[in-house]
Design a binder for this molecule. Structure first.
Ligand code: SF4
Ligand code: SF4
Ligand code: SF4
Length: 250
């Protein structure tokens, strides 16, 4: 079927998970109002959460999770060889995610404490791009299904996708949410990339920065606001480090 003279592709997609909670891949199987059309547009050939079929023949690899074990590095390299397009899917894959908090601890001691006499072969947590080239990053903890749908449409029609450059505050104000600073909470919305539709402030929680930094954020002004509202350097830095997406610190 052609549309405007263009024949859309039906990419073969494989979904893989590494160190993570698998919440991002679950997003592929939700949102019932568009799920049937979404799945019709793709050929999913490898998706452990929903099918026992597994093929090594695919165009796009959606890779979820961070890398924290030697065998994961080997598996990721194999996927990279197979895939025409490798997508870091979710904040664990893009930045290391909450898993990266582990790197602040002594890995040997932590291993002993959790696994006792049966320690695991473990490594400091890394994002995918710290190991090999990644073609596209879709941030979020979890990813936003509506955004994933739009990205898939762009892939099918071979049109580049542009992520929002504005911060979460932009969408928060569109939602008419009361600012969390006026409710006494810390919020990373001024420096975090929008596109999630600001669900956390809408639900009474300050943004934790799961989508990583906005394009060209005004970090100095964010610090001025956060400090003027009484938040300490430690509190701000703890928040900035939570998902691994921010390099800057207060
Ligand atoms: S980004 Fe969040 S929801 Fe997605 S796999 Fe990691 S921890 Fe789970
Ligand atoms: S609640 Fe957060 S995201 Fe919303 S306007 Fe205030 S600082 Fe920005
Ligand atoms: S408001 Fe912040 S923490 Fe919440 S989903 Fe959006 S980017 Fe993530």
């Amino acid at each position: 079927m052609k549309y405007l003279g263009i024949t859309p592709s039906k990419p073969r997609i494989a979904v893989f998970d590494f160190t993570c909670c698998e919440g991002c891949e679950l997003q592929l199987a939700i949102k019932e109002e568009t799920l049937a059309d979404f799945l019709k547009a793709l050929e999913i050939v490898n998706f452990r959460e929903s099918s026992s079929e597994a093929s090594d023949e695919y165009d796009i690899a959606l890779v979820e999770g961070a890398i924290s074990r030697p065998d994961e590095v080997e598996r990721l390299l194999h996927i990279r060889q197979q895939a025409k397009l490798l997508v870091a899917y979710g904040s664990c894959a893009c930045f290391g995610g909450v898993n990266k908090l582990k790197n602040a601890h002594d890995l040997g001691e932590a291993n002993m404490e959790v696994y006792g006499d049966h320690p695991k072969d473990t490594l400091p947590v890394r994002s995918l791009k710290e190991i090999l080239p990644v073609d596209l990053e879709i941030p979020g903890c979890p990813v936003n299904k509506s955004e994933v749908e739009r990205i898939v449409q762009h892939l099918i029609w071979d049109v580049p996708f542009q992520f929002p450059v504005y911060p979460v505050c932009f969408e928060c104000k569109q939602n008419f949410s009361v600012c969390m600073y006026d409710r006494g909470h810390l919020c990373l919305g001024p420096v975090t990339r929008g596109g999630c539709n600001a669900p956390c402030p809408a639900g009474g929680l300050g943004c934790w920065g799961c989508r990583g930094p906005a394009a060209d954020p005004n970090f100095d002004e964010f610090l001025n606001v956060a400090k003027s509202k009484g938040f300490s350097t430690d509190e701000i830095n703890e928040r900035l480090s939570f998902f691994g997406g921010f390099e800057v610190r207060a």
